[in-house]
Design a protein around this ligand. Structure first.
Ligand code: BGC
Length: 760
């Protein structure tokens, strides 16, 4: 069993008291020195007090423990599927297992904090680090992150949830301000962090490079204190992204505990002077030192001496994870799985079949323990019944030549079926650089078109970390999205192609038809250091729904070698108060001939929202394994928050009483069952009536309705039901403070104040 949130919080409470006692003994010099790292990957020790140095390393999909300083070669470690891949498994248990394995590798290398996971939303498919992030949906990203953190931390290794917050583009990432309204921040860009913090308590959170509405994330007291600690109950420490400290004094005052990498005495001296000058209260210094010290002590106590890890076992886990992340996008005529009962000639085309691409570039780049290729693994699985022919088709940079294409076409013609590996070259997907286009390299598209005209039995296997355009999708019979699947992806692809594993992944992000259809087009990436999130809450499928745009493949979509049916949706209570939990049950049945797993998705829609809301939002999901003919009942529990929107004037989540549709199905565009429930007004959380409230808002308000007739009369209106509709709308849509002027002072300010006081 993994440790529960309570027990980890409990443990940190003990360390916090120890940390407080130690802090009381530290000099100002010692405290300020601890606030900045000792080089790139360690904290400073305070030997006099027995405070050890703590070691941190990247993350997220494998350990990158750098040998030597800076960004250099790292120790061999298992490279698991990157985040966009693993999120497509929608399997929280699987990612938790990966977390455990990652922690074992950290323990074996003496690493105490693993820098991950990354939960930033995919505002655009062009985001350079999309491969490192889970999803365009905060619930999917948050749940995957929480399970990852619980897995890692269950083995005594900390995590660093990153990059907090609204870090959604790479271009000029250290200087750009993400400008977005509070509702968008609360409903789209923060919830994945919130879910991960509340459900898994990461030992640290990494503050991003960018600023949010012009306040740097590392200096943002609202984000670091008010929201992270006070609202969500975060108990760990905040570390800067590498080089994200701009003003060390502002950082400490905002709640930043650790600057990474260390800046020697550069910021230390400034902070020290600021403390002496009273610009940083000593109590504030302790506020940031204590959680850091508590984690250092906890990490020290959790170290396992002489730990080792089983590279073979982890490689097998990486293979299973990669296979479960693969999304079958198309399978016309059941071309897949390839059947090797009889001898078959298969043309494997595309350099990725022999020289796999399996991760992105940048700080997450792992030095793998081993690498499998689809070419070798297919031979192993298909045995003597397969004759493989191979053609590279393109070179490393994605370009091709007439000769390369001709050779590929020849091999395809001479085979029963062609499997063509296409995707993005390494230079297209890297931290620090956003993609400039949604397209595959021209060479890959040319290759696909040419091979298709020679061999209609064509399977395209895609290797990419984020959505791409597929202009030939309607003509290629089978398409497999294999993502950047980690070191064992070659084996995993072979597993799926041969049917050894039935694919069960579903897209963790929408695949648009063209870049022009995407929500942040044409503003992404911002080139003037002002990233204005004009699309607001309409990101990913929320946008395609609102604009009635059909994506090429929708969020949550994925096929299987079997089929599933949905029946008997039961939602209870059908009518209830907004504080009541809603229980949802549905039966899912495997109606095909082979074992398989289905990802059941639950979306909620408010039928008549008061404010503009997405057509539907994912609120829960479950992955269910079923034998042929087997069915299972799947249960979900929904809470008030699942129906709420963020009400900025109230600065709180609000459920508006009314009808809500519960939609259950196989993808965001394939919702098989629906039931509408009614949520009744809650006395506990009514709209707060103020001078700015509209007359009509008094009509149905629990306390306000008592004054409605008086106010109506004050506006000079008789029985409102008798008045014609335009006049009534004119008056009812007026802010209530206008009543004094409208009544020429007969309705007094004093009376209005009296009424409003009764509303508080
Ligand atoms: C990245 C972080 C990473 C850190 C340390 C930064 O440039 O943004 O994700 O953890 O470097 O390598």
């Amino acid at each position: 069993m993994i440790s529960s949130k309570e027990s980890s919080v409990q443990r940190s409470v003990d360390y916090i008291s120890k940390a407080k006692s130690l802090a009381a003994e530290m000099t100002l010099e010692e405290k300020t020195k601890l606030l900045s790292g000792n080089g790139w990957w360690r904290t400073h020790a305070v030997e006099r007090l027995g405070i050890p140095s703590m070691s941190v390393s990247d993350g997220p999909h494998g350990l990158r423990k750098v040998e030597g300083g800076g960004i250099q070669a790292s120790v061999p470690a298992t490279c698991f599927p990157t985040a966009s891949a693993i999120a497509s498994s929608w399997d929280t248990e699987l990612i938790r297992e990966i977390g455990v394995a990652l922690a074992e590798e950290c323990q074996a290398s003496g690493v105490q904090i693993l820098l991950g996971p990354g939960v930033n939303m995919k505002r655009s498919p062009l985001g350079g680090r999309n491969f490192e992030y889970f999803s365009e949906d905060p619930v999917l990203a948050g749940k995957m992150a929480a399970a990852y953190i619980l897995g890692v931390q269950s083995r005594g290794v900390g995590t660093s949830l990153k990059h907090y917050a609204a870090n959604n583009q790479e271009f000029e990432r250290m200087a750009t301000s993400s400008n977005l309204d509070e509702r968008t921040l609360r409903e789209v860009y923060l919830p994945a962090f919130e879910i991960a913090v509340k459900e898994a308590q990461p030992w640290s959170v990494m503050a991003a490079y960018n600023s949010v509405n012009h306040v740097f994330a590392t200096e943002n007291a609202w984000l670091l204190q008010d929201i992270l600690r006070k609202e969500w109950g975060f108990a760990g420490f905040v570390v800067s992204d590498w080089g994200a400290v701009h003003d060390g004094i502002a950082g400490v005052n905002a709640g930043l505990s650790l600057e990474m990498p260390g800046s020697g005495s550069y910021h230390q001296n400034k902070v020290l002077q600021a403390v002496h000058a009273g610009k940083i209260p000593v109590s504030r210094l302790d506020d940031v030192i204590v959680p850091l010290l508590a984690v250092i002590l906890k990490a020290q106590a959790s170290r396992q001496a002489n730990a080792t890890f089983d590279a073979e076992r982890h490689d097998l886990l990486a293979r299973r994870a990669a296979a479960d992340s693969i999304v079958l996008l198309k399978n016309a005529g059941n071309l897949l799985p390839l059947n090797f009962d009889e001898a078959k000639t298969v043309a494997l085309i595309g350099a990725f079949a022999q020289t796999p691409r399996y991760q992105g570039s940048g700080s997450s780049q792992v030095n793998p323990t081993r690498i499998s290729t689809a070419y070798d693994e297919l031979i192993t699985l298909a045995g003597k019944n397969v004759a493989l022919r191979y053609a590279a088709g393109f070179s490393e940079d994605g370009s091709t030549t007439g000769e390369l294409i001709d050779a590929a076409v020849q091999e395809a013609k001479a085979s029963d079926v062609a499997v063509l590996f296409a995707g993005l070259p390494a230079s297209y997907e890297s931290e620090g650089i956003d993609r400039s286009s949604l397209e595959l390299p021209i060479g890959h598209n040319r290759l696909i078109e040419s091979v298709l005209s020679a061999q209609p039995n064509l399977v395209v296997v895609l290797i990419n970390g984020s959505a791409v355009a597929l202009p030939w999708a309607d003509r290629v019979p089978a398409i497999v999205e294999a993502w950047l699947g980690g070191q064992a992806s070659g084996g995993a692809i072979a597993d799926v192609l041969t049917g050894r594993i039935n694919p069960s992944g579903k897209l963790s992000e929408s695949f648009p038809v063209r870049l022009e259809d995407t929500p942040s087009y044409p503003e992404f990436p911002a080139k003037n250091q002002e990233a204005n999130y004009g699309e607001g809450i309409f990101i990913g499928y929320r946008y395609y729904d609102a604009r009635k745009l059909k994506p090429l493949y929708p969020f949550g979509f994925g096929l299987s070698y079997t089929t599933f049916s949905y029946s008997d949706l039961r939602v209870t209570p059908a009518t209830g108060g907004d504080k009541e939990n809603v229980s949802v049950e549905v039966t899912v049945k495997n109606t095909g001939k082979v074992w398989g797993k289905e990802i059941v998705q639950l979306y909620v829609r408010e039928e008549q929202p008061r404010v503009v809301r997405p057509e539907k939002e994912l609120k829960a999901f479950a992955k269910v394994a079923l034998e042929p003919g087997e069915d299972k009942r799947v249960n979900f529990q929904l809470q008030a928050r699942d129906f709420a929107y963020y009400d900025v004037p109230r600065r709180d989540w609000l459920v508006k009483p009314g009808d809500f549709a519960i939609l259950v199905g196989a993808s965001s565009q394939d919702l098989r069952l629906q039931q509408t429930i009614k949520i009744l007004a809650s006395e506990a959380n009514p709209l707060r009536l103020t001078r700015d409230s509209l007359l009509k808002e008094f009509r149905n308000h629990p306390q306000g309705k008592a004054f409605y007739s008086e106010l109506v009369a004050g506006f000079g209106m008789g029985d409102p039901d008798e008045v014609d509709i335009p006049t009534r709308a004119f008056l009812e849509d007026m802010p209530i403070y206008k009543i004094c002027a409208f009544s020429e002072g007969r309705f007094t300010e004093e009376r209005l104040l009296e009424i409003l006081t009764k509303m508080q």
